[in-house]
Design a protein. Structure first.
Length: 263
């Protein structure tokens, strides 16, 4: 069965790879990004990958009416079966440089936009007697603060609560809402560039390799599948085990003391 899949932030990284995964299954796609050239390029890739049809929208989801507009436009093409809220930003802003504008820019895209898109889709779907599946893209930063990322970490922590709250209230309508929380993923995005120094500092994990967009895309597809049809309100951490604990700490006692303790 093919579905109509709406993906925000589809112009690069996780959103792009998720689009290509859904395209390979012959689905119809509505791709949203604020960069017209990027989303047009991904649309062409999706058609080559096997999508039944691909529609694009250039929308700034930070605008108050942007998320609802994107959902309504997609729905007018065909009822939306899957919504993946992948759009997000992670600027580095030292704490003492924060102000209302820098805070709001992150919260409006990372939290408000997925919330409003979910509300808009739920209204249309419940009126039509349909039950779409929604997946939000969170982050390991929801559990761990880091320098310069107070707005970002806060936004992802809030998004995980939005996921639970949405699942709670929409479950009676059959609408499932979950999230995937990636560890560090190499996305090579011009919208969210990072230095190699930063990547090296945050990417260590027990499995010993950096994440790739396809690691996250596969998890999204699984959560949207019938195999996950009794799962809602969950946050699936796809991070190579990074959230299990600190990787690079020394032993908290010396081997000599340890041997004496076990003598």
């Amino acid at each position: 069965m093919t579905r109509h899949v709406l993906i925000t932030g589809a112009g690069s990284g996780i959103g792009r790879q998720t689009a290509l995964r859904f395209a390979a299954l012959g689905n119809t796609l509505s791709l949203v990004d604020f960069r017209a050239d990027a989303v047009t390029r991904v649309a062409a890739e999706a058609r080559t990958a096997g999508a039944a049809a691909v529609h694009t929208q250039t929308v700034d989801l930070r605008d108050a009416d942007g998320p609802a507009t994107a959902v309504q436009t997609a729905w007018e093409t065909a009822p939306v079966d899957v919504l993946v809220n992948s759009a997000g930003v992670y600027p580095a802003t030292p704490f003492l440089d924060l102000n209302a504008a820098t805070w709001d820019a992150v919260q409006h895209l990372n939290v408000r936009a997925p919330l409003l898109a979910t509300v808009a889709l739920a209204r249309l779907a419940t009126a039509a007697g349909r039950a779409p599946v929604i997946v939000n893209i969170s982050s390991g930063a929801a559990l761990r603060a880091r320098p310069g990322a107070a707005p970002y970490s806060s936004s992802k922590a809030a998004l995980e609560m939005v996921t639970r709250a949405s699942a709670l209230e929409l479950g009676p309508y059959g609408i499932r809402v979950n999230a995937v929380a990636p560890g560090f993923v190499t996305v090579d995005s011009d919208a969210n560039p990072v230095t190699e120094e930063y990547a090296a500092a945050v990417s260590p994990n027990p499995l010993g390799r950096r994440g790739q967009p396809d690691d996250i895309a596969r998890a999204v597809l699984w959560l949207c599948s019938d195999e996950a049809d009794w799962i809602t309100g969950e946050v699936l951490r796809v991070d190579g085990g990074a959230s299990t604990g600190a990787m690079n700490l020394p032993l908290h006692w010396t081997p000599t003391i340890a041997k004496e303790a076990h003598a």
